[in-house]
Design a protein around this ligand. Structure first.
Ligand code: TEU
Ligand code: CA
Length: 567
């Protein structure tokens, strides 16, 4: 398999407003990130992904960009940003920026011009249509609830917004729009950044004629007409040719509603589109069909199947990311692990999974110290517009609010957006001032300082895992093979690298996804039964004989290497 630096990299995602506040206004900022770069470096990180820090009215926390060339003053200045980039590079790390070009803010000068009159030369930069029978042009729904269309009084036409009404969709069919985006990308690349994370990049192309959606369920109603739409690959290949091919950078496309086959189109290197993508199947395993806020039970067997499908499907052809959470998802520990008595063990178990699959791993801030869901009780503690819209709709519909609050507490994006817990101090050591969103009360026990000074810290386990991944090509490039497929508690797989790929290696990853002691039956492996423990979240070490059954402790995790394999 083709080797590449971005396949071997470990990425750390920073959500700036919640990372570290350097000037005491309650909001994280660029200087705050600079102050914590040593921390990030000490984890063993190669690449930092910064979510949007551009000028924005902050309707959707910066995913509504007013000016692509300016920094939101709340985060600092362009000079601060340049210092940040310099300091990241000085530590041997790289920086990738968020590219949000499916939509802009409605306050972006392009949209201000576009909405001013039907004759304006920016009119066709966005998607405007006449209403139909006194209503919107079609029945598509915004991801944040309600119609995807808003009527603009000035010209009596509707504009399309797949997200909030303050996030109008750009018209990618317009060549001028595409070239304006490309030149903006070149601007940032020429400043020295190392790549882009591309927001909902698979939504750029909308179906011809913008037809009504049929049916009426699905995560984003109408999605069949704009997820992986007809021209999306043409657009991305053009972007590659015009911009990306001229730089040695990494690209990761955020692609909700994408199948393995779609993913191959985006990431097969011969097609010259993207390096890797974020797919969502494994983080939607507990969604109720048609209602993403409703919690459905998830089973490990189903989860393993999804992960296997992606591991095997892209193997040797495309490339993927591995992530368990981000700024849009609940905390992985609360969701797939156990944030009660087994917090540390299950935090390490999830780390073991994250860093032992094929695909570039993305760690989300706080994951490395075992942060949990926000545990908010009242709706006024929430800030996310999506959450607030869902609540408002439920109130309007007269639904059972206790039930809605229960769903929100599990699902809200704010679960991942509470401030980073640095210490047991007031406000978790994140700020001197009351933060823009509440700090989790458990910061008194769960914080970076406590974790790093304890004997069995999660941070240190991540660090060791990252080091192991770096020194073990099989963890990056090895072939994935699922074992014990039907076991409801154990997630066991092999990662193996053949001799011809530059040294054979055979690893087994063993994960007990349950709070009980589980017996792993004997497994037979071509390399023989003797296995050396490379890393473990328990006391286990030395040689293990897999020809015998083994009792695994609750949430036990380990990576083993076949012994008699000659390197
Ligand atoms: O998110 C797009 C999006 O809809 C998914 O991430 C969604 O949350 C997921 O499918 C749920 O499983 C991106 C940004 O990450 C998000 O923060 C923005 O709000 C959104 O685009 C609009 O820019
Ligand atoms: Ca600040």
């Amino acid at each position: 398999m083709l080797r590449a630096w971005w396949k071997e990299a470990v990425v750390y995602q920073i959500y700036p407003q919640s990372f570290y506040d350097s000037n005491g206004d309650g909001i994280g900022d660029l200087q705050g990130i600079i102050d914590k770069l040593d921390y990030v470096e000490s984890l063993g990180i190669d690449v930092i992904w910064l979510t949007p820090i551009y000028d924005s009215p902050m309707d959707d926390n910066g995913y509504d960009i007013r000016d692509y060339f300016r920094i939101n003053p709340v985060y600092g200045t362009m000079d601060d940003w340049k210092t940040l980039l310099h300091e990241v590079h000085a530590r041997g790390m790289k920086l990738i920026m968020d590219l949000v070009v499916n939509h802009t803010s409605d306050e972006h000068e392009w949209f201000v011009a576009s909405r001013s009159s039907k004759e304006n030369d920016k009119r066709t930069w966005y998607i405007w249509r006449d209403g139909v029978e006194g209503g919107p042009p079609n029945n598509w729904m915004s991801y944040f609830t309600g119609s995807a269309w808003t009527l603009d009084e000035a010209t009596d036409q509707y504009y399309l917004h797949l997200f909030s009404r303050k996030q109008p969709d750009l018209n990618w069919k317009n060549e001028e729009v595409r070239h304006a985006v490309y030149s903006m990308m070149r601007h940032w690349l020429d400043l020295g950044i190392d790549g882009f994370r591309m927001d909902v990049i698979n939504m750029l192309s909308k179906a011809e004629g913008l037809p009504d959606a049929e049916g009426g369920s699905g995560l984003q109603f109408g999605g069949e007409h704009f997820l992986n739409g007809p021209q999306v690959h043409d657009f991305i290949r053009e972007m590659h040719q015009e911009v990306l091919s001229h730089y040695d950078v990494m690209t990761v496309g955020e692609c909700p509603g994408t199948t393995v086959d779609d993913a191959l189109l985006y990431t097969d290197p011969n097609r010259r589109e993207l390096n890797m993508l974020f797919q969502f199947e494994h983080v939607e395993v507990d969604f109720e069909v048609g209602d993403r806020f409703k919690k459905a039970p998830w089973s490990l067997v189903e989860w393993k199947e999804i992960i296997e499908k992606w591991q095997v499907g892209l193997q040797g052809r495309g490339w993927n990311t591995t992530y368990l959470t981000n700024h849009d998802q609940p905390r992985a520990l609360s969701r797939f692990g156990n944030d009660g008595p087994w917090r540390k063990a299950s935090g390490k178990l999830l780390a073991t999974l994250l860093l032992s699959l094929q695909g570039t791993p993305f760690i989300y801030q706080g994951e490395e110290i075992g942060m949990t869901n926000a545990n908010f009780s009242s709706i006024d503690q929430f800030r996310d517009l999506d959450t607030l819209n869902v609540y408002r709709e439920a109130v309007a519909a007269g639904l059972d609010l206790d039930e809605i609050m229960d769903q929100i507490r599990h699902r809200s994006r704010d679960n991942a957006r509470t401030p980073m817990q640095w210490s047991a101090q007031r406000y978790g050591g994140f700020s001197e001032h009351e933060p823009w969103i509440g700090v989790n009360e458990n910061h008194v026990e769960i914080n970076a300082q406590a974790d790093r000074s304890s004997e069995d810290g999660i941070f240190d386990y991540y660090r060791r895992l990252i080091r192991l991944r770096k020194s073990t090509p099989a963890l990056v490039y090895g072939r994935f093979r699922l074992m014990l497929r039907d076991d409801p508690h154990l997630f066991v797989y092999e990662r193996s690298l053949e001799e011809d790929a530059g040294g054979a290696d055979n690893l087994i990853v063993v994960l007990n996804f349950s709070d009980g002691v589980r017996c792993m039956p004997p497994i037979s492996i071509s390399g023989g039964p003797e296995h050396e423990v490379l890393i473990s979240n328990s006391q286990r070490s030395g040689i293990i004989d897999l020809a015998k059954a083994i009792d695994l402790a609750p949430y036990e995790a380990m990576i083993l290497r076949v012994q008699n394999h000659r390197l």
